[in-house]
Design a protein around this ligand. Structure first.
Ligand code: NAD
Ligand code: WQD
Length: 336
């Protein structure tokens, strides 16, 4: 039986597909390329030296997506497809609600129709909103501060309600912290359109000379050096977390929720220093005002994912910086 990966051409999806292929899983990718490039699929084949089925479609289109369910025997869905830029979601909230929520409802309808019982959903640490207590455990309070975050929160509630109504489903809600890094081959990595919003692609674009300097958003937070602290996780470790979740779902656990993070918080300046080391020179930066909506500190308590599904991260911050930089310098224009 196959694993259906929605959004499998994207950043986290492509790394996860490689993990799946390396474990000899049968993979079907569905992607519209709304935020990725067809070349990602060639790169996946090149790295894994294995093939998979691919359908180009918008998964909000139920009639089209039904064909995928008719033509394949699907064991589990790993649902990455979604729009993910916080700032854009504030400007285009309805597009975010439509794309992220309708796609998930369509998937659930087809799961019911074709009796597919297993789904792994890409949630986010953003569902924890503003927390006073770190590290954050899975039973912390939930809230969202922007439309993107609300789509993640609503989808979590939709999947929880589905499970309450029908206990035959197995559902994993994976709350990712801050994924960075790239495949060590340098063939795939994060490939943002335009000026990056997130810290690491911004730094690597400074390093290749596309951007003049890094803006450090505030150095007056209550953290060890005043800059914001986050839980950065190597995308290959994160990808491996999906294999752990797949194995967990094969034990019929019902609904499970896990943080996928390292449990270690690094500041913006810690990250910059790691990239300086990887690049071999000091990258220019300026301290500017805080970015509205940012919080001081956010990192995971990763204990539950370790205890219940054996997930633990292997890669260091230096690995993350080295692999991000390797990807960026080999692909200065991403996959264009
Ligand atoms: P990405 O944009 O690189 O990948 C998402 C993929 O989904 C893209 O290839 C895009 O083309 C595809 N897609 C989007 N809407 C689609 C639709 N309606 N039909 C078909 N394909 C569609 O993003 P990513 O960083 O790989 O994130 C994957 C998932 O993880 C997303 O749901 C995101 O919200 C979530 N997440 C990401 C982060 C992060 O920082 N990258 C953190 C937490 C959670
Ligand atoms: C990290 C740190 C910034 C850019 C976002 C989403 C979250 C999740 C992951 C999907 C912060 C600082 C950043 C820059 C900076 N995505 N920074 N200069 O905000 O933790 O999380 O991505 O679910 O939902 O909100 O990540 O990479 O934007 O910022 O100083 O140019 O770097 O202030 O402290 P964030 P980020």
């Amino acid at each position: 039986m196959a694993i259906l990966v929605t959004g499998g051409a994207g950043y986290i999806g492509s790394h996860t597909v490689i993990e799946l292929l390396e474990k000899n899983e049968e993979v079907i990718i569905v992607d519209s390329f709304i935020n990725s490039k067809p070349e990602a699929l060639n790169r996946i084949r090149q790295i894994a030296n294995k093939d998979f089925k691919f359908y180009q479609m918008d998964i909000c289109d139920k009639d089209n997506l039904r064909k995928v369910f008719e033509e394949n025997d699907i064991e589990c869905i790993i649902h990455f497809a979604g729009l993910k830029a916080v700032g854009e979601s504030v400007k285009l909230p309805i597009e975010y609600y439509k794309n992220n929520i309708i796609s998930t409802l369509v998937l659930i309808d087809l799961m019911k129709e074709f009796k597919v019982k297993n789904i792994i959903f890409s949630s986010s640490a953003t569902v924890y909103g503003v927390q006073e207590i770190v590290p954050i455990k899975e039973d912390a309070s939930l809230s969202a501060t922007n439309p993107y975050g609300r789509t993640k929160l609503f989808i979590e509630y939709i999947l929880k309600d589905l499970y309450v109504a029908d206990k035959s489903f197995n559902i994993a809600l994976l709350r990712y912290f801050n994924p960075i890094g790239a495949h060590p081959s340098g063939l795939i990595g994060e490939d943002p359109n335009g000026i990056p919003n997130n810290l690491c692609p911004y730094i690597t674009q400074v390093a290749i000379g596309k951007l003049p300097y890094l803006n450090v958003f505030g150095n007056d937070y209550n953290t060890h050096d005043g800059t914001g602290v986050r839980d950065y996780i190597h995308v290959c470790d994160l990808a491996h977390g999906h294999l752990c979740a797949l194995n967990k779902l094969r034990e019929n656990p019902g609904l499970v929720i896990y943080n996928l993070g390292t449990g270690v918080g690094y500041s913006v300046l810690d990250i910059l220093h790691a990239f300086n080391k990887a690049v071999g020179r000091d990258l220019p930066y300026k301290i500017v005002d805080r970015r509205p909506g940012d919080i001081a500190t956010c990192y995971a308590d990763p204990t539950k994912a370790y205890k219940e599904m054996g997930f633990k991260t292997e890669k260091t911050l230096d690995d993350m910086a080295r692999d991000s930089w390797n990807w960026q310098k080999n692909n200065p224009n991403g996959l264009n």
